[in-house]
Design a protein around this ligand. Structure first.
Ligand code: FAD
Length: 396
């Protein structure tokens, strides 16, 4: 680009979900100059579609032992609760904590397995049985014959989280269009600069010490453009259920069945018109659910609720589904990687948090990798600002 103005930042972050935005807040607070570039509304990939469960690893430990995956997650609820209180580098005090815990409930045939697991010392106070006289509305019926456990895994509102993270780096975030006003200048498998055409038509060359690819499923194309063959990405699809009905009771839960995955994971959200939504993931949203059409998935959801929770009246409910992919580093087994992932290739850092919950862990790794501030200050670009994306129940 001839006659272009050159701007230098410490770290250019490409992405606009929880990974990019949480990391941007942490790097900025450390004194780095940062630039966040997104090609879509913020959170529009996976982050706004997340159920918002801040796993502490218990779901992955139900098999009986605390796995590598559950250990990586163990510190995350505390980190998020601090952020919600406004403690630490990331201020989420404007975002809602939807619930400070989840319920774990069981199908009648697995009660003994669950009771022995939750009675075990391994849980170190992360869970406890709920006495019958304290059952919440959704299970307060003689028709429920299983046991209820409280697990100390909070549920956050992903919309509020992305909004507040975006607010913290609003001045440093811009929307780009790779076909219209931005291009990667690649040299020897590294990124030399992002070449930008500002709204006024002026060319800008944006250089940086590090370029972070934190674009979820968009990382695959970015890696191709830079010519990086490893790490590779995997996509794991989901087909979530959305049940909308006025006055549904709060329902934040993991159901334990006989298989390795919970048949159902539920969270509760209020949409922009004040209507209650149950958002359902778990095994029903995985492989078999992905293979189903929307109508078949809704039918399967109705059957599941009629079987597991026949006391719940969903006769007035509107049912929808949401399809999307979880984007992660390739594991080779098709399973979920055990922790937040970050790998350096020259001046390029490739990152996938693998869970919303692990965003703080990812940002810690990236702060270490980018090694403190060299340039500092702020960068100014004449480019449009991105909007906030919409949650699946707003699209339904
Ligand atoms: C249905 C569902 C439920 C989930 N529930 C939970 C849960 O309860 N708890 C949990 O911990 N995790 C959950 N997850 C996982 C979690 O949502 C993801 O791990 C996390 O949101 C990934 O964040 P990300 O920032 O890497 O990607 P994304 O959220 O996908 O963000 C990527 C963003 O990058 C930008 N972008 C994309 N391509 C480009 C490009 N080429 N150039 C510039 N910008 C680009 C866009 O703004 C896009 O929004 C769930 C995932 C799904 C799909």
């Amino acid at each position: 680009m001839s006659n272009s103005r050159t701007i230098t930042a410490d770290t250019v972050i490409i992405g606009g979900g929880v990974a990019a935005l949480w990391t941007a807040n942490v790097l900025k607070q450390s004194g780095q100059s940062i630039v966040v570039l997104t090609n879509s509304p913020l959170g529009a990939g996976q982050s706004l579609a997340a159920q918002g469960v801040i796993h502490g690893g218990l779901k992955y430990a139900v098999g009986g032992k605390l796995t590598e995956s559950s250990e990586a997650l163990a510190g995350m609820p505390g980190r998020w609760l601090d952020a919600i209180k406004g403690i630490g580098p990331v201020d989420l005090s404007g975002a809602s904590l939807l619930s400070d815990h989840q319920l774990m409930w069981s199908l009648p045939n697995v009660v003994s397995q669950v009771v022995s697991f939750f009675g075990s010392k391994a849980l170190r106070g992360r869970s406890g049985g709920v006495p019958r006289d304290q059952y919440p509305e959704v299970f307060d019926t003689d028709a429920y014959q299983g046991k209820l456990f409280r697990i100390e895994e909070p549920v956050v509102d992903p919309v509020g989280v992305i909004r507040e993270l975006a607010r913290g780096v609003e001045k440093d975030t811009w929307q780009i269009d790779w076909d219209r006003n931005a291009r990667l200048d690649v040299k020897d498998g590294e990124i030399a600069a992002v070449e930008i055409t500002e709204e006024s038509g002026k060319p800008v060359r944006l250089e940086a010490g590090h370029f972070l690819l934190a674009a979820g499923s968009g990382n695959s194309q970015l890696l191709k453009t830079v010519g990086i063959s490893r790490p590779e990405m995997q996509l794991r699809p989901l087909h979530q259920l959305i049940i909308r009905q006025r006055n549904l009771p709060p329902f934040y839960s993991v159901c334990v069945g006989t298989g390795p995955k919970p048949p159902l994971v539920s969270t509760t959200h209020i949409d922009s018109k004040g209507r209650t939504v149950w958002y359902i993931g778990g095994d029903i949203a995985e492989q078999n659910g992905v293979a189903r059409s929307e109508a078949e998935q809704i039918e399967a959801g109705k059957e599941l609720f009629a079987r597991l929770m026949p006391w719940i009246d969903l006769s007035e409910a509107e049912w929808f589904t949401w399809r999307g992919d979880r984007a992660e580093p390739l594991t080779g087994t098709g399973d979920r990687p055990s922790g937040a992932f970050c790998e350096r290739v020259g001046n390029v850092l490739v990152a996938w948090p693998t869970k919303l919950a692990l965003a703080p862990d990812l940002a810690d790794q990236l702060l270490r990798e980018t090694g403190g501030s060299r340039v500092g200050g702020t960068v100014s670009l004449d480019l449009p600002k991105p909007e906030l994306g919409k949650a699946p129940w707003e699209l339904a």
